[in-house]
Design a protein around this ligand. Structure first.
Ligand SMILES: NC(=O)c1ccc[n+]([C@@H]2O[C@H](COP(=O)([O-])OP(=O)(O)OC[C@H]3O[C@@H](n4cnc5c(N)ncnc54)[C@H](O)[C@@H]3O)[C@@H](O)[C@H]2O)c1
Length: 397
């Protein structure tokens, strides 16, 4: 059993606590910390948490606590992680790890220097659909991954600090691009080096300094492209979708809207429907098991099982650092309008993997480009002559 200090009782602190206390779990939130005293006590009583405090150091250093969960605004992650590392506690930090790669690297160095367990709470890499899809991709069902597209869009975040660049580190890219980038990295392969990024970002709607819309392409050493699409101005709820294409297969995942539960009500549901739902009337897309569908259940199981087993979880602070480095390149590209290199001062993957265009033999003289059955039942073959390099076609059957 682990006794956990939960730092933050906002949207994510609540989802995390709900998850940790679900399903007759052995692990418990033992102390909770937030800024607002009245809300804190209410939160602690709702979730049956014995201690609460407004002081981060008191929660982290509580003598019975062995795991610290950082669910605070982005500008407080580094400070909280360093305090937890210095206290010798296991530390799990929400996304994004840092506001930029420099912060994320200092956090990685702090936990590694202290020798404490660390996990990057990237829930969307753990949704049940994603875990199953990743297994298929890792088993080779899609062949070589060519393109991994991930989209997160909604009408904008729920707290003031997200909208203030100084506290958040950026807009939709830092808030949601981090999810999309890590989903793509998991499909493309974490050992494959991200090389460069091309990104468009703009503030299309809101009176803020940060971007509320962005689209980016991340080019990997294998030749694969990771594509992220993020928006704080999308209307109609929260759209979480992934598409993965490989040389041998395709995957499409829809995690939130139209997942098979559709409902109409003329009078209204009377409150909360699902995260970022814009209405409780009309056609609704509720979600049966919200904490499961968003990946929190499998994520905490992996984190705490790995802690017990003395192994690393699927998502570590190193992953958080790589994601931050990719986002830094995205911001540079949005300014320069050029491909910008991903700067990784600490690269632990492979440098052997290169873009690999495999040539398929058709016969001794030709490579096969494409084969297609035509409406008249005959088969058309598009071939490349090995010696001349000419492209020719041949009809059989
Ligand atoms: N899917 C996800 O993984 C996901 C979803 C939402 C948010 N997040 C991340 O979680 C973090 C928090 O986001 P949120 O949506 O819960 O924000 P929020 O605004 O809902 O809650 C923030 C919490 O931090 C507390 N807090 C702020 N300053 C504090 C201080 N100085 N000392 C102690 N407590 C303090 C507040 O009291 C509040 O409880 C962010 O890093 C965000 O990016 C992750």
């Amino acid at each position: 059993m682990h006794k956990i200090a939960m730092l933050g009782t906002g949207l994510i602190g609540m989802f995390y606590t709900m998850t940790l206390h679900a399903h007759r779990s052995r692990d418990r939130v033992h102390i909770v910390c937030a800024r607002d005293e009245a809300g804190l006590e209410r939160f602690a009583r709702t979730w049956d948490i014995p201690h609460w405090t407004t002081r981060l150091e008191e929660a982290i250093n509580h003598p019975e606590v062995d795991v610290v969960v950082v669910a605070l605004p982005n500008n407080l992650h580094e400070q909280a992680v360093i305090m937890a590392a210095e206290a010798g506690k296991a530390v799990l930090c929400t996304k994004p790890l840092g506001r930029n790669a420099a912060e994320a690297r200092r956090m990685l160095q702090a936990v590694e220097k202290a020798g404490v367990f660390h996990g990057y709470l990237e829930d969307l890499a753990y949704t049940p659909k994603t875990l199953k899809a990743l297994k298929s991709a890792q088993n080779g069902a899609l062949g070589r991954i060519l393109w991994a597209r991930s989209r997160e869009t909604h009408p904008g975040p729920h707290s003031d600090w997200f909208w203030d660049k100084a506290q958040s580190g950026g807009g939709a890219i830092v808030d949601m691009g981090c999810h999309c980038i890590e989903i793509s990295r998991n499909f493309i392969g974490k050992e494959v080096r991200p090389l460069e990024v091309m990104c468009w970002a703009d503030t299309q709607v809101h009176p803020i300094e940060a971007e509320d819309n962005a689209v980016g392409l991340v080019r990997y050493a294998s030749g694969a492209i990771g594509q992220f699409e993020v928006s704080w101005a999308f209307r109609g709820g929260m759209d979480l979708r992934d598409e993965v294409s490989g040389t041998e297969g395709t995957l499409w995942l829809n995690h939130w809207l139209r997942t098979g539960f559709e409902m109409f009500t003329s009078v209204g549901e009377g409150g909360y429907v699902a995260e970022k739902a814009e209405s409780d009337k009309g056609w609704l897309f509720p979600v049966g098991d919200e904490i499961g569908s968003l990946g929190y259940t499998d994520m905490f199981a992996d984190m705490l099982n790995a802690l017990d087993a003395g192994t690393a979880p699927m998502e570590t602070f190193y992953d958080g650092y790589v994601v931050n480095a990719i986002m830094d390149a995205a911001y540079r590209s949005a300014e320069s309008k050029q491909w910008e290199p991903v700067v990784l001062e600490d690269w632990r993957g492979s440098d052997e993997i290169g873009a690999d265009v495999r040539l398929k033999d058709y016969d001794a003289e030709h490579f096969l480009i494409k084969e297609e059955i035509m409406p008249d039942g005959r088969t058309k073959l598009i071939l490349k002559e090995k010696v001349s390099g000419h492209v020719v076609q041949k009809i059989t059957g």
